[in-house]
Design a protein around this ligand. Structure first.
Ligand SMILES: [Zn+2]
Length: 78
């Protein structure tokens, strides 16, 4: 099977790539409407494929923070 519609750096689009391409509405379909994001002052429903506690936007921020600190650790080890 060959899919050339959405090339990424690795050659295979990951679910993360698909997620980045989703609209806020589509992302919200993963959230649990009875749960609220635990970020202070946020009233968005919580729940993403990566965790149940944050809304899509705050989960993105969390994941970006994690990848930044992982990059920093990798630099220290190098
Ligand atoms: Zn939030």
């Amino acid at each position: 099977m060959t899919d050339t519609s959405s090339p990424s750096e690795s050659g295979t689009p990951t679910f993360r790539d698909e997620w980045e391409a989703m609209t806020a509405e589509q992302r919200r379909s993963y959230a649990d409407p009875v749960k609220k994001c635990i970020e202070k002052g946020c009233i968005e429903p919580a729940g993403t494929p990566w965790g149940p506690y944050f809304c899509a936007d705050h989960d993105d921020q969390r994941i970006n923070r994690i990848s930044k600190s992982l990059a920093a650790i990798a630099r220290e080890l190098a």
